[in-house]
Design a protein around this ligand. Structure first.
Ligand SMILES: [Zn+2]
Length: 188
């Protein structure tokens, strides 16, 4: 394998042979071959000819079934929204930029007319990853999923969850969205 280009190792992956390197942290030797015992980025010390794995610097990528947190970014179309994925639940150190697409048919359990009935630009959402290729297809149909933070499209005030719907205290209006059960601001 090409050690220079491969930055991430997974458990059991062969990293080289003992003639090339000494095993460092997270690496074990078996039958003259070096294997990774953990997930992490390769740490190659060429001077001391030692290869190790830096487990604290795991590169996380979205996978099918992952719950991701994202922000609705431009452009927004009638039937779908582009989501910038900013974090994955249970995974650390998301590196790189990942984009997801939420199609209106995946937005709620019931029929939704346009994507604007579900969310709007710069809303923060929780979504489930449903495809393994990029841009990742997302779903917000489950009760825990959907908008978790949003501001009023008229005045910019933070919307609060009031009797199951999002409310602007300044304009005294409700906004229609697919709200997550985990919405961050609530008023009973
Ligand atoms: Zn408002």
């Amino acid at each position: 394998m090409n050690k220079e280009k491969k930055a991430v190792a997974v458990p059991g992956e062969q990293l080289g042979v003992e003639e090339e390197y000494m095993p460092g942290a997270g690496v074990y030797l078996e039958d003259g071959k070096l294997y990774s015992s953990t997930v992490g980025t390769l740490d190659i010390d060429t001077k001391n000819r030692r290869i190790g794995i830096r487990a604290g610097n795991i590169v996380a990528i979205p996978e099918v079934g992952d719950i991701v947190e994202g922000v609705v970014i431009s452009p927004l179309k009638e039937d779908s929204a582009m989501i910038k994925i900013i974090a994955i639940r249970g995974k650390k150190n998301l590196t790189g930029t990942f984009t997801g697409i939420l199609h209106v048919s995946q937005a709620a359990k019931s029929y939704v007319n346009t994507i604007y009935d579900v969310l709007n630009l710069s809303d923060r959402i929780l979504a489930k990853v449903v495809t393994s290729w990029t841009p990742y297809q997302l779903s917000t149909a489950d009760d825990d999923l959907g908008v978790i933070y949003a501001t009023c499209t008229k005045c910019g005030e933070e919307l609060v969850l009031k009797r199951g719907r999002l409310f602007c205290n300044r304009d005294k209006i409700f906004e229609r969205k697919k709200v997550s059960r985990l919405y961050l601001l609530r008023e009973e």
